[in-house]
Design a protein around this ligand. Structure first.
Ligand SMILES: O=C(CO)COP(=O)(O)O
Length: 252
């Protein structure tokens, strides 16, 4: 079965009510390819999830940017998977490098979070990616394999997971991975699934790229055979996000 192109917009810790309404207005008016061609998900900060879900056209889904690792309770400042279910939020981003590196989320903790969110029926955009230092020392594949393995050790069904390869050195830097660099890692990750999980999962899992994707560079990246979409940061706050969604048609 062909892998449906996936475009996620990670708004990170940005936006006011007015700005959020403006982005949603742009998306609601945009001409985008049908749901058969592309799956689109935007991820606002927690406080705007309900607002966005209520205002946004129904073909575009909503994701949280994180959730607590287990059942909710006495965990001040956290938001539980149960709460996301209660708000009918279908997706969550887990293991973004900003959380791994700034908030010290370990591979194991990320694996536990992915497993718990899935157990509650929430689909997961799981992020992996190497730092510049790791790339320069030749450790890229080892790093992304270890991050993926820590998830694989905690889950047995990958149907509701999208894997986002986001090299840290490309995030927010304007320094996008070349199509060849992205393809190489996506290909190796797919091979990792084939060797360590199953040929079925290797063939069906969507591996999307994130890191300085914009309206100008998306088409060439989208054309890479093992690249099934994008996780977009900065450009997802701008009208050019629509151009990135449209790059799905490159696969046709
Ligand atoms: O981190 C990202 C998406 O999760 C990518 O961010 P930028 O697109 O701003 O580089």
């Amino acid at each position: 079965m062909a892998r449906k192109f996936f475009v996620g917009g990670n708004w990170k810790c940005n936006g006011t009510t007015e700005e959020v309404k403006k982005i949603v207005g742009t998306l609601n008016e945009a001409e985008i390819p049908s749901e058969d061609v592309v799956e689109v998900v935007v991820s606002p900060p927690f406080v705007f999830l309900s607002l966005v879900k209520n205002l946004l056209r129904s073909e575009i889904q909503v994701a949280a940017q994180n959730c607590w690792v287990r059942k909710g309770g006495a965990f001040t400042g956290e938001v539980s998977a149960e709460m996301l279910v209660n708000l009918a939020i279908p997706w969550v981003i887990i293991g973004h490098s900003e959380r791994r590196l700034i908030l010290n989320e370990s591979n194991e903790f990320v694996g536990d979070k992915v497993a718990y969110a899935l157990s509650q029926g929430i689909k997961v955009i799981a992020c992996v990616g190497e730092t510049l230092e790791q790339r320069e020392s030749g450790a890229t594949l080892e790093v992304v394999a270890a991050q993926t393995k820590a998830i694989a050790e905690k889950i047995s069904n990958w149907d509701n997971v999208v894997l986002a390869y986001e090299p840290v050195w490309a995030i927010g830097t304007g320094k996008v991975a070349s199509p060849a660099q992205a393809q190489e890692v996506h290909h190796e990750l797919r091979k990792w699934f084939s060797d360590n999980v199953s040929a079925d999962v290797a063939g069906s899992i969507r591996i999307i790229y994130g890191g300085s994707v914009n309206g100008a560079n998306c088409k060439e990246l989208a054309a890479q055979p093992d690249l099934d979409g994008f996780l977009v940061g900065g450009a997802s706050l701008k009208p050019e996000f629509v151009d990135i969604i449209k790059s799905a048609t490159v696969k046709k």
